[in-house]
Design a protein around this ligand. Structure first.
Ligand code: SF4
Length: 342
């Protein structure tokens, strides 16, 4: 087994070249964002992939291939240099399933980014438990190499649910990741899931509590709750719980009943607490709101910033009271966005 990887999880790990994209064949401008999602600054950003797949076993995840593969860091650096030279890229989103599986690879990559003076800022995903094996030296290295934002899948505030979905992380590890991100000024984006058939009201309230604790430890954190979308093989169980007939053809999947499951209109028919889950998820987008993020909206529109302030205040009160019924603000905001869209 190669590299410093979490023990007992890796089936195979191959250092083989991924297919190198010929960017000349693409309308590259279509893939370049003008604003970097790593920092919110106006920097040309492109998604890049240097590894593929993930060795973990989270049951809800769409990644099914456990064979982790990664590009030789030297090749990755050559590609990054080309992107900078040809297209003026200044920010990278490492759009991979699990960037940090092999710590040695990341170290090598970061050292080369610094040596080559690439000066990128970058964002990617990381697991909360990985922070247990990150020391000061490693965290300083990745920030020096440009790491600005990390997406961290927390999923649930209930250890029972975390174990049930085989996430293989603990609440303590999640809080440790928040502490370290705050210390090293890496902006974490915490994502949560709500509305699995097996999730009880108490589990949902534990997620509410965990969000509160994370924000206290790390006020630079952002995040939100996503409604559970059942990917295979999970959808069989969810459809059974919802008394939904499993679609038998590709055409049947185009029925709005199924398409909605993949949108914010997801009815969560399989959840006993679907209204509560949908309300909490709605308010969660206003919970993680720090000053920097608020100012981005303020610069765009003062009216928008005022509406946002009211939503943030309402959300904070609801969070404190643990009250998510009668979601008047939700109806008003839906109405306003409908009117604005015309
Ligand atoms: S959720 Fe993340 S850690 Fe879990 S299997 Fe999927 S990619 Fe891997």
């Amino acid at each position: 087994m190669e590299g410093d990887v979490p023990k007992g999880i890796l089936k195979t790990q191959e250092k083989i070249g991924l297919i190198n994209l010929d960017y000349e064949l693409l309308y590259i401008e279509k893939y370049i964002s003008k604003v970097s999602r790593a920092s919110g600054k106006e920097l040309r950003q492109l998604p890049v992939m240097t590894s593929r797949n993930c060795p973990h076993n989270c049951v809800f995840c769409y990644v099914q291939d456990r064979t982790y593969r990664f590009q030789d860091p030297k090749e990755s650096i050559e590609e990054l240099k080309r992107l900078k030279r040809r297209y003026g890229i200044k920010s990278i989103k490492f759009a991979e399933d699990n960037f940090f599986v092999n710590k040695n690879r990341v170290e090598e990559l970061c050292k080369m980014m610094i040596k080559e003076n690439l000066n990128f800022e970058w964002a990617t995903e990381c697991r909360a438990d990985y922070f247990d094996r990150y020391d000061d030296e490693f965290l300083k290295l990745i920030t020096k190499a440009g790491c600005k934002r990390l997406g961290i899948g927390v999923e649930f505030g209930s250890q029972r649910m975390l174990d049930f979905v085989k996430k293989d992380i603990t609440i303590k590890q999640i809080l440790n990741s928040a502490k370290l991100c705050n210390e090293y000024k890496i902006y974490p984006h915490y994502s949560f899931i709500m509305g699995m058939p097996e999730e009880e009201k108490e589990d949902m309230m534990m997620t509410v509590k965990l969000i509160e604790e994370i924000y206290k430890i790390c006020p630079i954190a952002i995040g939100g709750i996503n409604l559970f979308r059942p990917y295979p093989p999970q959808f069989k169980k969810a459809f059974e719980a919802a008394n939904l007939k499993e679609p038998e053809s590709l055409e049947e999947w185009t029925n709005p009943e199924y398409i909605n499951i993949m949108t914010t209109e997801n009815p969560l028919l399989w959840s006993k607490h679907n209204t509560l889950a949908k309300n909490i998820a709605f308010y969660s987008q206003f919970y993680f709101f720090n000053w920097d993020r608020f100012m981005i909206y303020y610069r765009k529109s003062k009216v928008m910033a005022l509406c946002l302030s009211l939503m943030i205040i309402a959300t904070r009160i609801r969070w404190k009271l643990r009250f998510f019924g009668l979601p008047i603000e939700k109806y008003i905001s839906k109405y306003v966005s409908k009117v604005m869209k015309g």
